[in-house]
Design a protein around this ligand. Structure first.
Ligand SMILES: C=C(O[C@@H]1C=C(C(=O)O)C=C[C@H]1O)C(=O)O
Length: 357
């Protein structure tokens, strides 16, 4: 077929797509009305997953699962906006990896509130200024983001969903020569993840490494200072117009960050593949065997623990700890219920949500 014929055919298909999408939106609007009359929750990640899984099974064409996810997450986001526009806050500035994670679930059309700290994201959701908040919780090379873990315990928010993002860093500077660079801005965690690159290319040049709150703040600073560079995401380098000198400078190409979507008083319906996060404030953690017995309770019930993180009880003179615990399954599963009942107020349930692997 000739180019014009191909394009004419594409135009025809786009017309059909537009009609179908509008037809879909009519149905979504009705779902929205039903939900509003029963005060039901608009965002249903488990339903969205069900749709994506079903489409993947039916798919016989060129689209990969990743492509289906990208297209349909955007459709879901537009749908939810039609049901009820909801504001989403995230750890900024614009162009941060958290921004990217937020957009992957809430699309380009949602109203975003860009906030400077993890604390302010929690607060915006607590006070209702945003319906959802997006924060990083861990990186698979670096471990947890302690601020997020600590606020999960101290504040009263629920986990709605998790998002996994492959992290790539770029080295961006207005300077053409590494010798003219006096300082590099980035987040402390990013400096550590790009240790090999820094060792190979920048050792001995007397360059100062300056940690700032986020990699996009680093890009902004590098856009203002010609003798500075940033280790940042490629979106933020582009957003602030800083030329990228090296791409993908991270030590490991397995580098992934996990983000949480938070909301107030939220609970998901069970899906086929859930994960649950709880906080454990076990009594008498100094008595031998307390933690062992707690973990054994999971093992005895065949529950797969995926994470345990210990954090110090602040404000005490001794060394005592509380734990962030994650396991596969939903909080409503009988085995999980048994454990929740056994430990009562010593456990705080943060959420059960669709697992992303
Ligand atoms: C339309 C609904 O609301 C939202 C939008 C969805 C969609 O566009 O298919 C799916 C789940 C919800 O997040 C629904 O619950 O079915």
């Amino acid at each position: 077929m000739e180019l014009t014929d191909l394009r004419n055919r594409i135009d025809q298909l786009d017309d059909e797509l537009l009609n179908i999408l509008n037809e879909r939106m009519e149905l979504v609007k009705q779902v929205g009305e039903l939900k509003r009359s029963s005060q039901a929750i608009i965002y249903r990640p488990e339903r969205e997953k069900q749709i994506l899984d079903r489409l993947e099974k039916r798919n016989t064409g060129l689209l990969t699962r990743q492509a289906i996810d990208a297209i349909f997450f955007e459709i879901f986001a537009v749908s939810r906006n039609l049901e009820l526009p909801e504001r989403i806050s995230y750890l900024g500035p614009e162009g941060s990896f958290t921004h990217q994670a937020a957009e992957s679930r809430f699309g380009g059309m949602s109203e975003y509130l860009v906030l400077p700290t993890i604390h302010s994201v929690f607060e915006s959701v607590e006070t209702g200024r945003a319906k959802f908040g997006v924060v990083p919780i861990e990186n698979n090379q670096e471990g947890i983001v302690v601020e997020t873990v600590d606020y999960l315990r101290d504040k009263n928010l629920s986990i709605v969903a998790e998002v996994l993002l492959q992290v790539h860093f770029t080295f961006a500077s207005q300077s053409d020569s590494l010798r003219d660079i006096r300082r590099i801005y980035s987040k402390d965690i990013a400096f550590r993840q790009c240790g090999k690159f820094i060792g190979e290319y920048l050792e001995g040049l007397g360059i100062e490494l300056i940690a700032v709150e986020s990699t996009s703040k680093a890009a902004k600073l590098a856009s203002e200072e010609p003798d500075a560079a940033a280790i940042c995401s490629s979106i933020s380098a582009r957003l602030y117009g800083v030329p990228i000198l090296f791409d993908n400078i991270e030590d490991s190409d397995q580098n992934k960050t996990r983000f949480l979507i938070l909301a107030k008083d939220f609970s998901n319906v069970k899906s086929t593949d859930d994960k649950t996060t709880i906080i454990a404030n076990l009594p008498n953690t100094n008595r031998p065997g307390v933690l062992y017995e707690f973990l054994k309770d999971f093992n005895d019930r065949g529950i797969n623990l995926t994470k345990i993180e210990s954090r110090p009880m602040r404000g005490e003179s001794t060394f005592r700890y509380w734990f962030l615990v994650e396991f596969l399954g939903h909080y409503e599963d009988p085995a999980a219920q048994e454990i929740m009942h056994k430990y009562g107020t010593h456990l705080k349930w943060l959420g059960s949500y669709v697992r992303v692997s």
